[in-house]
Write a protein that binds this ligand. Structure first.
Ligand code: SF4
Length: 192
């Protein structure tokens, strides 16, 4: 006989795609309710089922300003690996529930999503939805990788070497001019 007293829990759980409980994570232009899909929540509640919200892979990978993706964009090695890490955590919950004798009643997802669809998932042969010719500007800030690298180096107290950005986007400069400038920089840096 169990030494633990029973409480009110139903021991029934549904795993739910993140945006079903938070429309703010939907890709822009696709939210069909302001906050949560409340009818789904009340239906689950009616059946005494607990809700386990799964992470939104697209938000964590591409943020809330992302454009519509597709299988063609997301089905790549990096994103699959990223999703696998999250899937492992979700499966950890399932395994724990199984060990405890709880029932995973269902996994409720959003069909049509290139990431969370089950019976169907979006496909755009040449990429994703909307922007054909986005307007570009240049911000005087490091790119995302460089920002992370600088922070990581700083947090480890590493000596900061000179950093030189090759002006590869400057159409007014020829490759020869770019190389000549870099050569000069290198010569000066090495002399110090
Ligand atoms: S990736 Fe999944 S959880 Fe995120 S918005 Fe799309 S369907 Fe919802």
């Amino acid at each position: 006989m169990s030494e633990r007293n029973e409480d009110m829990r139903s021991k029934r759980v549904v795993f739910v795609s993140n945006c079903i409980l938070n429309a703010n994570n939907k890709v822009r232009e696709f939210a069909r309710y302001p906050g949560m899909f409340s009818q789904i929540v009340s239906t689950l509640d009616k059946h005494d089922v607990g809700i386990q919200q799964m992470p939104c892979p697209e938000v964590l990978y591409a943020g809330n300003l992302r454009w519509w993706g597709s299988r063609e964009l997301y089905d790549n090695v990096g994103f699959r690996r990223f999703c696998r890490e999250m899937a492992k955590q979700t499966a950890d919950y399932m395994e724990n529930y199984e060990i405890a004798g709880y029932q995973t009643v269902a996994i409720l997802v959003c069909d049509g999503s290139p990431t969370c669809g089950y019976t169907i998932s979006s496909s755009y042969e040449n990429g994703g939805g909307h922007p054909a010719e986005p307007v570009r500007s240049l911000k005087p800030l490091p790119g995302v990788y460089m920002g992370q690298l600088l922070e990581e180096m700083e947090s480890r107290g590493l000596k900061m070497p000179p950093i030189y950005g090759l002006p590869m986007d400057n159409r007014d400069k020829t490759n020869e001019e770019i190389i000549a400038d870099f050569d000069l920089f290198l010569a000066r840096t090495i002399q110090k």
